[in-house]
Design a binder for this molecule. Structure first.
Ligand code: ZN
Length: 181
């Protein structure tokens, strides 16, 4: 297994509509293994292929609790979403250091294929439902900041740019840069 480079905001691959997976082969399974590894190192709970520079419709998730075992989902589609919505804090490994409240349906049912090519259906609520929707957004080139009002988004981007500038300055001083999820 090897750690993959996580693409940050500004990379075109994050704004691209990812392609359907046409073949579930060893290459794809290796990608999935490396995505899990990369996600664990970055201390995230979900990671979509475009975030590691691969424009394919696949993501991995692990909430690290007993109720929700980890899974990879290939060519996922949301088959239903509940009417109730909630706002909760969301961040993204591709926009490190910032987070915001994002409004999303509380429950969803999603279907796709697992890494063996078997159908996989996930009925999710709470954090898992949020995580899946966030990762599926990535497959369509959508980021959590796109769900914010223009004002909130510009405030968040201002903060993000300040953090980036601080990181760049820290790197020049050869001191460890800020790292976050
Ligand atoms: Zn993300």
């Amino acid at each position: 297994m090897s750690e993959l480079k996580i693409e940050l905001l500004g990379q075109p691959v994050l704004r691209q509509k990812a392609a359907e997976v046409t073949e579930i082969d060893d290459e794809l399974r290796a990608l999935i293994r490396n995505m899990f590894e990369t996600m664990y190192i970055a201390e995230g709970i979900g990671l979509a292929a475009p975030q590691v520079g691969v424009a394919k419709r696949v993501f991995v998730a692990d909430l690290k609790n007993e109720k929700d075992p980890r899974f990879a989902l290939i060519n996922p589609r949301i088959v239903s979403a509940g009417k109730d919505r909630e706002k909760a804090e969301e961040g993204c490994l591709s926009i490190p250091g910032v987070s915001a409240l994002v409004d999303r349906p509380m429950t969803i049912v999603v279907e796709g294929l697992d890494e063996k090519g078997e159908p996989l259906r996930v009925e999710a609520d709470g954090l898992l439902a949020r995580c899946i929707q966030h990762e599926m957004d990535h497959l369509d080139g959508v980021l959590f900041i796109d769900h914010l009002s223009p004002l909130k988004r510009s405030m968040l981007m201002k903060k993000y740019k300040t953090l980036l500038a601080e990181d760049a300055a820290a790197a020049q001083e050869k001191t460890p840069a800020r790292r976050s999820g």
